[in-house]
Design a protein around this ligand. Structure first.
Ligand code: BGC
Ligand code: CA
Length: 443
């Protein structure tokens, strides 16, 4: 085999040098032919030639598949859907460590309260009041963030061994049962922390994480108990920025979000409290990289934990892999007034994995990829632009499909001919719905 590769290399070298001497294309192709013949003469190996012929068409059910951003799981219990996660041997999930990020978000808010204790209690009643925008009560990541905030602020209540993550509606009198009043002691003085209100931000059409709904909610809340609101916490920046622009910026109430979208990072200079980077630059890379590796038939760790030939590699402080869950999780970083300057460009590729793959070694392949909701702030303003930067570097021709965020069929209807693609990247509307996709690939 080695010998043959050498022969071919020599032949193409010869072709190049012959081509260099020629002045028109007719001569070039003659030269190439001569070189090819020379290579054939060197070693006649019909068996090996046959082996190099195009492989048999791969069945759709055996093509590489990556779930991303919404992990196949039961939306009420959070239990992972292992059938979907191990659909075939080249199936993975790419997301981020939700618990680590949620803890960071809660800690960031608590740190802010402690550092600003002298001014934070706007009406001076000894109660630090916050409101919480919940993205999707059936989404693992949203649930984790609600739990993270409540745990850090002491407002968490246990529910069968887990922190209760239910929305409470309005709780200005502290009587809600899904949360409790927390306390915080700073400089020898004890303050109460109260979740004044929380709500799932779902619009009437059913879209979750809905920014406009969050803007309306803060208008309603502030109209009836505005002077009690000292802090705003949001499961993401899309909703957070909507609340910031509608009310909190003018009233100098810090809003804390999640995602580190560019507009939210920029708003830190104007009083937005902070956000969490879920390292979308690492996630978008991993999403396409696991497909690339499967298509190349190389170890899945290539260009991830093990440097590829172009020098792409990730260090263990930015991601982790859980083999049992077949899942890659990026690690989160808090973005606050102290460090936001480093995060202003949210669509920049991550430098350690920014090297172009060689097109001869990694020929162009076609990928079908959907974004569950084309209007989702994070996915459209941060994640998709990153994917579009990496697809070029990885020689993947990606077809991007944008869903309506409400129905799975709006997306699955556009996967009419999976045979046209070499691999699939799927972002579901509902985490329970993996089978709607795998059924199409199994046909
Ligand atoms: C992001 C949200 C986004 C959601 C979509 C989450 O990871 O933080 O902003 O709406 O993904 O599934
Ligand atoms: Ca107060």
């Amino acid at each position: 085999m080695k010998k043959k590769i050498f022969a071919l290399a020599a032949a193409s070298l010869m072709a190049v040098s012959l081509a260099g001497c020629s002045s028109n294309s007719g001569e070039t192709s003659a030269a190439t032919e001569a070189a090819t013949e020379a290579a054939g003469a060197e070693e006649a190996a019909p068996a090996e030639e046959a082996e190099a012929a195009p492989a048999e068409e791969v069945a759709n059910k055996d093509k590489p598949l990556v779930w991303f951003n919404r992990q196949p799981s039961n939306s009420s219990t959070g239990e992972l859907d292992m059938a979907a996660l191990s659909f075939n041997e080249d199936t993975y999930y790419v997301g981020f460590n939700a618990n680590q990020g949620a803890e960071l978000q809660g800690q960031m808010i608590r740190d802010y309260i402690e550092a600003n204790i002298d001014t934070i209690d706007r009406n001076g009643d000894g109660i630090i009041g916050y409101v919480l925008a919940i993205g999707d009560i059936g989404h693992n990541d949203s649930i984790a963030r609600t739990r993270g905030v409540r745990s850090a602020l002491g407002t968490a209540v246990d529910n069968n061994g887990n922190v209760n993550s239910d929305p409470i509606g309005t709780n200005t009198d502290g009587s809600a049962t899904a949360v409790q009043d927390g306390t915080i002691e700073v400089n020898g003085k004890t303050y109460t922390i109260r979740e004044l209100a929380s709500q799932e931000m779902k619009n009437s059409a059913g879209a979750t994480w809905d920014a406009a709904t969050a803007g309306n909610a803060i208008n309603t809340w502030s109209a009836s108990f505005g002077d009690q609101i000292d802090v705003i916490a949001s499961n993401n920046d899309g909703m957070g920025m909507s609340m910031f622009n509608a009310w909190s910026k003018d009233n100098k109430v810090p809003t804390f979000g999640y995602d580190a979208n560019a507009d939210a990072v920029a708003a830190i200079a104007e009083g937005y409290g902070g956000t969490i980077s879920q390292h979308a630059d690492v996630q978008a890379y991993l999403t396409l990289r696991v497909l690339r590796n499967a298509l190349d038939g190389v170890d899945v760790d290539t260009g991830i934990g093990t440097a590829d030939e172009a020098g792409n590699v990730l260090s263990s402080d930015v991601y982790e892999y859980n083999a049992d869950e077949r899942s890659y999780y990026a690690l989160n970083v808090a973005v606050t007034a102290d460090n936001y300057q480093e995060f202003t460009d949210s669509t920049k590729v991550y430098e350690p994995v920014s090297n172009q793959l060689d097109a001869a070694e990694h020929p162009t392949k076609k990928v079908w990829l959907d974004i569950y909701n084309a209007a989702d702030n994070f996915l459209s303003s941060t994640y998709q632009p990153l994917l579009q930067n990496y697809d070029d570097l990885l020689n993947l021709e990606v077809e991007y499909i944008g869903g309506d965020g409400q129905t799975e069929s709006n997306i699955t209807n556009r996967l009419g001919n999976p045979s046209q693609y070499d691999a699939f990247a799927i972002n579901m509307v509902k985490t329970d719905n993996a089978a709607s996709y795998t059924a199409l690939l199994s046909q």
